[in-house]
Design a protein around this ligand. Structure first.
Ligand SMILES: *Cc1c(COP(=O)(O)O)cnc(C)c1O
Length: 396
């Protein structure tokens, strides 16, 4: 059996082990320490934002964002429907109600026109949400200018789920730095990883201070254990922050590799009928860049001749991992009683999309295996020219 090709495996650089060893040597085996402080400074500098707070996961970061912004019982939070469930779960942790917003075709992310229209409408009815959570899916930025503008116009807080989008840029600025709070994930499958971890970023001094306080069990600054608020144990360990620092040093290489993987898929597959690639929106700026965390294709089952699930199973039979596009939140059983604003575009992307192996360590030989497998799964219906050829053959 040939070796398994994974969707997005961890890819470590040369420095991570040395940095982890340093944590051991200096006995900083704790959820505080010099690597945590340095990792925060380095991420803040990389994305050019005043504050970064290292946390145990992206999910914890979103949870802390909501708590620190005072969102809770009785509040509505609007969130992209086409995403991973962790974009929505923390809304329920704080007792708020998620409302799911459909995607735009050009980014696959929250549709800014739909959002603006729905916010105007909600303002008239006095049912405005407290916050919007916009997701930058698969490392492609949402169209932030009109989203920022619509939220500001209505006094609605803006949170960016940039879990998949570290290294992506919108008009020269890092994904995650446009709203009140943004966050990144360092889960094992993300563009860089600490095995598990997250980072909250914000330009608000008081939000950063509050998240640090809440995430370390809400301890009051006195010698005994004094608590005036409910706290959480959500800080990143110093050992894992060491891994993160090493990973951050190779982030630009990882983005370049993932983009190169995408470009090779385009070269190897673009002639197939009924196959398209997730678009890269540039927003009329040569300083916009998707990180191409995953290469995602869509298949028209009539022209391509197979549906995404058939292709996924064909790849699996060859020991190649691929995955459907995220199933929209408004279709999830756990949220079935929830409200949504549109949803047909997300439904369509879910029905037709497939994520291909896209790791930054994917070799060209392995990628050729994937390309050959996708090509073999393409069974276009007989066209007029095929029929003529066959007719000629049978006539011979
Ligand atoms: C991975 C991910 C998260 C959650 O991050 P964790 O670090 O795994 O908790 C949230 N949102 C999106 C879109 C993600 O892909």
């Amino acid at each position: 059996m040939t070796a398994r090709i994974f969707l997005s495996p961890p890819h470590l650089g040369d420095d991570e082990l040395a940095l982890v060893t340093e944590a051991f040597r200096t006995n900083w085996i704790a959820p505080v320490g010099p690597h945590v402080d340095a990792f925060e400074r380095e991420i803040a500098a990389y994305v050019d934002t005043p504050h970064a707070v290292a946390l145990s996961s992206g999910t914890a970061a979103l949870h802390m964002a909501l708590v620190a912004l005072g969102i809770g019982e009785g509040d509505a939070v609007w969130v992209s429907t086409l995403t991973f469930a962790a974009s929505a779960f923390p809304i329920r942790y704080v007792g708020a109600t998620p409302v799911f917003v459909d995607s735009a075709r050009d980014t696959w992310n929250m549709d800014p026109a739909l959002l603006a229209e729905a916010l105007d409408d909600a303002a008239m009815r006095e049912t405005l949400p407290r916050a919007v959570v916009v997701v930058h899916l698969y490392g492609q930025c949402a169209d932030m200018d009109p989203i920022v503008e619509a939220c500001a116009r209505h006094g609605v807080l803006l949170i960016e789920d940039a879990a998949e989008a570290l290294g992506a840029k919108y008009k020269g600025r890092a994904a995650g730095t446009f709203g009140d709070v943004g966050f990144y994930s360092f889960n094992g499958n993300k563009i860089i990883t600490t095995s598990g971890g997250g980072m909250l970023v914000t330009r608000h001094d008081d939000v950063a201070t509050r998240v640090r306080y809440l995430a370390t069990q809400a301890r009051e600054p006195v010698s005994h254990y004094e608590h005036a608020h409910i706290g959480y144990n959500y800080r990143l360990s110093n050992v894992l922050a060491g891994i993160g620092r090493g990973q951050l040093r190779v982030l630009e290489q990882r983005v370049a590799s993932r983009r190169a993987v995408f470009a090779r898929y385009v070269d190897g597959l673009r002639d197939l009928p009924g196959l398209s690639f997730m678009p890269e929106a540039t927003f009329d700026s040569d300083e916009s860049r998707a990180n191409r965390w995953l290469t995602v294709i869509t298949l028209d089952r009539h022209d391509f001749g197979s549906d995404p699930e058939t292709v996924r199973l064909a790849l699996e039979a060859l020991n190649i991992e691929s995955r459907p596009v995220w199933k929209p939140m408004h279709q999830q059983p756990v949220f079935r009683r929830g409200d949504s604003i549109g949803g047909s575009i997300a439904d369509d992307l879910f029905a037709h999309g497939l994520c291909l192996p896209s790791g930054s360590s994917l070799t060209t030989a392995d990628q050729d295996r994937v390309i050959a497998a996708v090509r073999a799964a393409c069974r276009p219906p007989l066209t007029a020219s095929h029929r003529t050829e066959q007719g000629e053959l049978s006539a011979v």
